[in-house]
Design a binder for this molecule. Structure first.
Ligand code: C5P
Length: 473
């Protein structure tokens, strides 16, 4: 860890200790996605362990209105996780020195000089791939007390939720790697090379294969009947005592049979190609029940995303902070509803072709009156994951609260564009009095509806008409 990072964490510790000693109340404000819920939970749990008086809330975005709300809030000190980029000056004006941001989104050079902003980019850590907001919250929690090392488990979920498993075979790099190894050494996570089927712990094998879209296998992906038929012919026992077996229950021999069946079905893809995409690192939490959606790190992160996206952040945070029993059923129901909603929106978007305009660089999707504002990120990621959009930038828009338009952009797999989506969205939104930001490969923006035509023109000039490796921004 660099000296500057250590100094920032020590400042964080001092500020929290001061609050605890003088019985000042702390408010934690965090984002609604998986990384937001996990980072908020990590820091809240660490504060409770310190004996701090604190409350936590979620917000789907950060804005001047949120800063204004802090001014009238009775809490003495504010911690903001996974949000707040671009608002350092406003926070200073509203709260003087009584706030801290823990974040990993790209920020301007000017913000890096603000000591209350503890952002990975300030310390030379790539917040897009090497650390999540959960990871930043974890280091802050560790600065408070080394006993918080058990929270490394939740920071692994954060990094998976933000798709930071971008190393070889979906491994972690940088600080994420370090955190995952701490969790592993504590016996909290098992890291294995395994089949990367979606729903490893919960879905019947055929269904898990059908829902896996990386690799996308023509005829199998999204086709449950065909998956069932090839797996039936493979000789693998698909049921045990009348119950469908899940991917996590397969032995090595059976895993080989799965790969063999896929290769036979799809001869244009060779075995090594399929294996290289289908085998990667899995993160299993051995303390969670077998066949529970919390046992596999990626499923856990999907459940948290679903909680935040459909306005049940509290359920997700309760689970992260250790609540089990009844709350698990709630989490499970939320996940089912969320999957149903995604399917419905994707169906409508693919049937109503007028909503989509595309060229070789970019796919623009109009999700107005279909996709709720909180789900634009989920849907734009799914569109970017479709093989027909490989190499392109995807930009989805929908109506937001109070006469606004929300944009969500993603670089798809294999996209070689030099355009930094964080800068594109931030600069564009600022031109038209909106707010925007994020990461190089995933960013969002919000503008008022009256600026829509001008913003679309800006995107046309800076994305649609810019071929790979060439930006005029
Ligand atoms: O909203 P969406 O999911 O598309 O955002 C992609 C990424 O950009 C997320 O990590 C989100 O937190 C971030 N973002 C941001 N500032 C905004 C909008 C989105 O940092 N104004």
């Amino acid at each position: 860890m660099t000296k500057v990072f250590e100094e920032s964490l020590s400042l964080f510790k001092d500020k929290v200790s001061d609050c605890v000693k003088s019985n000042k109340s702390i408010s934690v404000t965090t984002h609604i996605d998986c990384d937001g819920l996990t980072s908020g939970s990590i820091i809240t749990k660490a504060l409770i362990r310190e004996g701090a008086r604190c409350t936590v809330r979620t917000s789907k975005e950060f804005s001047k209105n949120v800063v204004e709300s802090f001014k009238t809030d009775s809490r003495d000190f504010h911690i903001i996780t996974d949000l707040g980029g671009g608002f350092g000056k406003d926070l200073n004006q509203a709260l003087e020195d009584n706030w801290i941001i823990l974040d990993h989104h790209q920020i301007s050079e000017e913000e890096k000089d603000n000591q209350n902003i503890i952002n990975s980019w300030k310390y030379g850590i790539d917040g897009g791939s090497e650390i999540s907001a959960g990871g930043m919250a974890y280091f802050a929690a560790m600065a408070l007390n080394e006993k918080n090392s058990d929270l490394s488990e939740i920071a692994v979920v954060s990094a998976l939720g933000d798709r930071q498993d971008q190393g070889d075979r979906k491994s972690f790099t940088g600080k994420n790697f370090e955190i995952a190894n701490t969790a592993k050494d504590l016996g909290l996570v098992e890291i294995d090379l395994d089949l990367l089927l979606v729903g490893r712990e919960t879905r019947p094998l055929a269904e898990a294969l059908a829902f896996t879209s990386q690799p996308f296998i023509e005829g199998l992906t999204w086709n449950k009947e065909t998956c069932l038929s090839i797996l039936n012919s493979s000789g693998i026992e698909l049921k045990e005592e009348g119950r469908w077996r899940v991917p996590a229950e397969l032995n090595e021999e059976e895993k080989k049979l799965v790969i063999e069946s896929i290769t036979k079905f799809s001869p244009d893809k060779n075995t090594s190609e399929i294996m290289s995409e289908l085998i990667g690192y899995t993160y299993t939490f051995p303390k969670e029940d077998k066949r529970s959606f919390l046992r596999d790190g990626r499923e856990y992160s999907t459940m948290l995303n679903s909680c935040g996206r459909i306005n049940h952040s509290g359920v997700g945070m309760a689970i992260c902070m250790g609540d089990r029993n009844k709350i698990l059923t709630e989490g499970e129901n939320i996940l089912t509803d969320y999957r149903k909603m995604i399917k419905e929106y994707m169906n409508i978007l693919s049937n109503e072709r007028w909503r989509i305009s595309e060229n070789e660089n970019c796919v623009m999707v109009n999700g107005e009156d279909i996709v709720p504002e909180t789900m634009t990120g989920t849907i734009s990621s799914l569109i970017a994951g479709s093989p027909k959009n490989t190499g392109k930038i995807v930009i989805l828009r929908t109506r937001g609260e109070g006469n606004t338009i929300k944009f969500s952009s993603r670089k798809s797999f294999g996209c070689k564009s030099d355009i930094n989506l964080s800068e594109l969205m931030r600069n564009g939104a600022e031109k038209f009095n909106g707010i925007g930001g994020g990461h190089n490969g995933a960013a969002g923006a919000k503008i008022t509806k009256d600026k829509l035509d001008e913003f679309l023109k800006y995107l046309e000039v800076n994305v649609v008409n810019v071929s790979s490796g060439n930006s005029s921004e």
